[in-house]
Ligand binder design. Structure first.
Ligand code: FPP
Length: 226
C-alpha cells in the first residue's frame, strides 16, 4: 500500500458463526463452515490490501469447554483448511505462523500444521493463526522464559511472546458486535487501534477489511505522530 498510514498488521477475533447459523435455522457446524470460507476471503483480501500480517483467532484455550461435537467440527475444518489451502499459500508466498500451544491438538493435525509451517517458511507475508491460544497464558509463559534468562522487563517479556517476529499490531478487529478482547493479544493490543464491527464473521468480506483499514488510516492521520 502506498499510504504509509495503512496498517501492516491486522488481527481479527472471528465471532458470530453460531449466530449466523441460528439466524438461518442451520446447525452450528454450517456456521463454522461458512466461517472457514470467510477465512479464505480474508486471507485473499489481506493480500490485495498489501498487509504484511493477518492474525486470526481460530481456537482459544477456552474453546475446549465447547461441546465435543463442535470441537470435532472445528478440528475437521482445520484439517480441511490446511489440505485445501497449503499449495495456494506456497504459490502466493504466504508464510503460516501459529501462535498458541498447538501441540495439544490431535497428532495428525500437529503433523499437518508442522508440514505447512515448514513448506511455507519462505513466504513473504504472514498468516498467523491462533490455535489453543490464550493471551494470559502467553504472557505468563514469556515471563517464565524471561526470568530463566535474567531480569523481567517489558522488553525481555516481549522477546518471548509468540508474536516476537511479527510487525507490531496496528489494528484489532472483532466481528459480531461484541465488545470484548476474550484473552486475545492482550500485550500486543497496548497501542493497537480497535474496531468492533457489526457483521457476523461468515458475512465478512473484502469490503469489511478494506473499510477497517481505511478507518485505521483516518485515525492515524488524525492522531498520528505516535
Ligand atoms: C466464533 O463463533 C468462532 C469460532 C469459535 C471459531 C472460529 C473458526 C473459524 C472461523 C473457522 C476455522 C478457522 C480456520 C483458520 C480454518 P461462535 O461460534 O462463537 O459464534 P457465536 O458467538 O455466534 O455462537
Amino acid at each position: 500500500m502506498a499510504d504509509s498510514s495503512f496498517p501492516r498488521h491486522v488481527a481479527i477475533i472471528m465471532d458470530g458463526n453460531g449466530r449466523w447459523a441460528k439466524k438461518r435455522a442451520m446447525p452450528r457446524a454450517l456456521g463454522h463452515k461458512a466461517g472457514g470460507e470467510a477465512v479464505r476471503r480474508a486471507v485473499q483480501a489481506a493480500e490485495d490490501l498489501g498487509l504484511e500480517c493477518l492474525t486470526l483467532y481460530a481456537f482459544s484455550s477456552e474453546n475446549w469447554k465447547r461441546e465435543e461435537d463442535e470441537i470435532s467440527d472445528l478440528m475437521n475444518l482445520m484439517r480441511r483448511f490446511i489440505e485445501a489451502n497449503l499449495q495456494d499459500m506456497i504459490e502466493r508466498k504466504v508464510r503460516l505462523k501459529i501462535i498458541g500451544d498447538y501441540k495439544a491438538f490431535a497428532p495428525d493435525i500437529v503433523e499437518k500444521l508442522e508440514g505447512a509451517l515448514e513448506r511455507t517458511s519462505g513466504g513473504e507475508r504472514t498468516l498467523a493463526v491462533a490455535l489453543n491460544y490464550g493471551a494470559q497464558q502467553e504472557i505468563a509463559r514469556a515471563a517464565r522464559l524471561a526470568a530463566e534468562e535474567g531480569a523481567i522487563t517489558p522488553e525481555s517479556i516481549e522477546k518471548h511472546l509468540y508474536t516476537a517476529d511479527l510487525p507490531p499490531l496496528d489494528l484489532l478487529i472483532r466481528t459480531s458486535g461484541e465488545v470484548r478482547l476474550s484473552n486475545f493479544l492482550l500485550w500486543q493490543s497496548a497501542y493497537a487501534e480497535m474496531l468492533f464491527m457489526d457483521v457476523l464473521w461468515p458475512d465478512f468480506g473484502e469490503e469489511h477489511l478494506r473499510a477497517a483499514c481505511e478507518e485505521f488510516a483516518k485515525r492515524e492521520r488524525r492522531f498520528g505522530g505516535r
